[in-house]
Ligand binder design. Structure first.
Ligand SMILES: [Zn+2]
Length: 237
């Protein structure tokens, strides 16, 4: 996948084995209400078919729960879960289904009406498919802001996750991304919370600098894109 955000089954199994031994993995919704220091929740975004065929058998092996943030409009597309598979995986005791937008759009580039439609329609379609309430969501590309976070609450969500954007509040909780470059040592650093303290802050520092630069540039010359976040050209999450 683009952006190195895939993990081989062998490495994923190694990571799960380590996580199972630490006894720190909880369901994602448990991290909302309980302040269990050091607790870890596993999430996958987009609703790829290998969540069912590859990830689930490994999670079953170690009895670890995970949350899948499914793009409602991608269900039944090539490479993604079919509606029947979604229903099957949603009924599994280790699985929680959350929403991830209707069409995986850049939320900071669409109108608030479009954002509202994405948030409500994805929730409605997923609930219709799996026959259970869907009240957790993750922002496509991790993109959110204060206005969008408030909108997610209005649309009936209980909590939302970004990656490192937003303010780490109820609707922009930070997650630690993992990918093919995370060898075991890096994985351990990320799982220990070091990432949250260092790399996430570094990302935010660079973003603030970029925004400042963009604002300066936009002050001198009007561009068709204004101060659009240029970091978004890296298609991730
Ligand atoms: Zn995504």
């Amino acid at each position: 996948m683009d952006g190195d955000i895939d993990i081989s089954p062998a490495r994923f199994e190694q990571q799960l084995q380590w996580l199972a031994r630490t006894n720190r993995v909880v369901r994602l919704d448990e991290t909302i209400t309980q302040s269990r220091r050091g607790a870890i929740a596993i999430t996958f975004d987009d609703g790829f078919r290998d969540n069912l065929t590859v990830a689930l058998p490994l999670l079953e092996k170690f009895s670890l729960p995970m949350t899948l943030f499914v793009v409602a409009g991608f269900v039944d597309s090539d490479g993604y879960l079919s509606e029947e598979e979604l229903r099957e995986i949603a009924a599994h005791p280790l699985i929680t289904i959350g929403a991830h937008g209707l069409w995986h759009r850049h939320f900071n580039r669409i109108s608030s009406e479009e954002a509202r439609f994405e948030l409500t329609e994805s929730k409605r379609l997923l609930e219709l498919s799996i026959g259970k309430p869907v009240d957790l969501m993750a922002w496509p590309y991790g993109e959110c802001n204060a206005e969008l976070e408030a909108l997610a609450g209005e649309c009936g969500y209980r909590a939302g996750w970004s990656v490192w954007k937003g303010n780490d509040g109820t609707f922009s909780r930070w997650r630690v991304p993992l990918g093919r470059n995370d060898h075991m040592l890096r994985f351990l650093a990320k799982a220990s919370g070091v990432y949250g303290l260092t790399e996430a802050r570094l990302h935010r520092y660079h973003e603030r600098r970029r925004q400042k630069k963009d604002a300066l540039r936009a002050g001198g010359k009007v561009t068709p894109f204004g101060s659009l976040d240029t970091s978004l050209s890296r298609q991730k999450y």
